[in-house]
Ligand binder design. Structure first.
Ligand SMILES: [Zn+2]
Length: 139
């Protein structure tokens, strides 16, 4: 039968059960390496805690990465919002110009007035320009 020895992790204080005869073990809670003196079954707290430190550093690095990623997402979202707003504005502007231009041209036909036709012509040119800029801007 395998004899078990009980010991306490010197790093985190967790209670551990180790098979007798082992020269070293790792804490199952914090990953701490513990060297054992099996000569007189006494625990020799000869501690190498690099595992713990590496874990801490890794966790901190991951946290920083997460924060940076969140910040990047926030900035991207703001940019996207701005883009959507300006796109909506250009769409409304272009559509308004088209309606005004079309209306003016129809009025110029009804009243046989070339002045209306000119306004309509320029409004439609404006609408085309707005649409063109929107397409160029999105590229
Ligand atoms: Zn531990």
């Amino acid at each position: 039968m395998v004899k078990m020895i009980a010991l306490k992790c010197p790093e985190c204080g967790s209670k551990l059960q180790i098979e007798d005869g082992h020269k070293e073990c790792f804490c199952q809670y914090c990953g701490h390496k513990i060297l054992l003196d099996d000569g007189n079954k006494k625990v020799n707290v000869n501690v190498i805690n690099t595992y713990h430190k590496i874990d801490d550093a890794r966790i901190k690095e991951a946290e920083v990465d997460k924060l940076v990623r969140l910040k990047e997402l926030e900035v991207e979202e703001k940019k996207l919002n701005k883009k959507m707003k300006s796109r909506r504005f250009r769409a409304i502007l272009g559509l308004s110009l088209l309606i005004i231009g079309g209306g003016a041209i129809i009025l110029s036909r009804i009243f046989n007035d070339d002045g209306f036709f000119e306004y309509g012509f320029f409004a439609i040119i404006g609408a085309l320009l707005v649409g063109f800029c929107a397409i160029i801007g999105d590229l």
